[in-house]
Unconditional design. Structure first.
Length: 339
């Protein structure tokens, strides 16, 4: 059995017990020419920040059919992870909107996510990002997810400047693309749900662009309540952002868990709703005449799901829950190409 993230263990345990060596297997090629934020890649398959805790996890999945690898969200200072469980399996359910109540299960194809955006100290993660970049092959791209760490007295500009500092450090360490996480559902401080404020998102995107004038910038966003909110965001970040990445889970309340606090849900429970969101965001971008690319994530589990996202207008597709459950899923999707 191939190594995989052990949901019964802590974030720190999984960080330290990352696979020591990449898997040596034949990975089928994907026909066609593909790019990610203007950079040539071997396929439209990638992984978002959640599963990729460090360079060893990145090297591992890069050998298993994924060509865009997103380093788990980093900060300008150390931040401890929430206590386990960090990934809690859920009963089968289909989530259509934020705020539903769900129940835990012994196992399942969806889970509640409870990391709290931990981060190693910048000196640690910068050295590790450099190692991750060196490990990738031609046609593979390293993205680094960043977030601010606001203090109580900070203004929104202070928060935006902290995003920018992290972005600058990420590029200096070797990131080819920076992803600004504007949408973590598992924290209750100022860095959560920033994407719902077009003004805040525009300021953050502008400050990051000033800090990294030449590197592509993706913005990770959550579920929009209305199409007009998405349109406002697209207008606000135009000229600064290169891509939108959606959807960063769908929030729910897990009965008798997490002290009644909401948690993001990933996996099969959100497949249908995130496909709808991809179609909506493609329409918004097209109506605005925006050159921004669209990265579709959230509930992508199979080759059929990949096909559906590409047909819905995504430029790139990312999987998280599926490869954590089955590390070979990227290879299987490639074997089934065209989907």
């Amino acid at each position: 059995m191939l190594p995989h993230y052990d949901i019964g263990r802590s974030y720190d345990w999984n960080y330290e017990q990352a696979p020591a060596e990449p898997v040596r297997i034949a990975v089928p090629s994907v026909p066609g020419q593909w790019t990610f934020c203007g950079l040539p890649v071997n396929s439209p398959l990638g992984m978002p920040a959640g599963p990729l805790l460090n360079s060893r996890w990145i090297t591992y999945y890069a050998a298993l059919g994924f060509d865009v690898l997103t380093y788990k969200t980093v900060r300008s200072r150390y931040r401890a992870c929430f206590e386990p469980p960090n990934l809690l399996p859920l009963e089968d359910v289909e989530l259509r909107a934020e705020g539903s109540q769900v129940r835990a299960a012994e196992q399942g194809r969806s889970w509640a996510i409870s990391f709290g955006m931990p981060s190693k100290d910048p000196a640690v993660w910068m050295a590790d990002v450099a190692a991750a970049r060196q490990s990738l092959a031609e046609g593979q791209v390293l993205a680094v997810s960043v977030v601010a760490s606001p203090e109580a007295h900070w203004t929104m500009d202070d928060l935006a400047c902290d995003f920018a500092q992290c972005a600058r450090w990420a590029v200096e360490a070797g990131a080819q693309v920076v992803e600004a996480n504007l949408s973590c559902p598992n924290v209750c401080t100022a860095e959560t749900d920033l994407y719902l404020s077009a003004e805040a998102s525009g300021l953050i995107a502008r400050r990051i662009r000033d800090a990294i004038p030449d590197a592509p910038l993706a913005l990770k966003v959550g579920l929009f309540r209305e199409k007009r909110e998405a349109a406002a965001l697209v207008e606000a970040v135009g000229g600064h952002a290169t891509a939108l990445s959606a959807t960063n889970s769908i929030t729910a309340f897990v009965a008798e868990r997490f002290g009644g606090a909401r948690r993001g849900v990933g996996g099969a429970a959100i497949t249908a709703r995130c496909l709808e969101e991809t179609r909506m965001l493609r329409a918004v971008l097209d109506e605005a005449g925006s050159p921004m690319e669209l990265i579709s994530v959230g509930g992508v589990m199979t080759a059929t799901d990949v096909r559906d996202r590409l047909e819905a207008g995504a430029n790139h597709v990312q999987l998280a829950t599926a490869p954590m459950l089955d590390p070979m899923v990227g290879v299987r999707i490639r074997e089934e190409w065209p989907c």
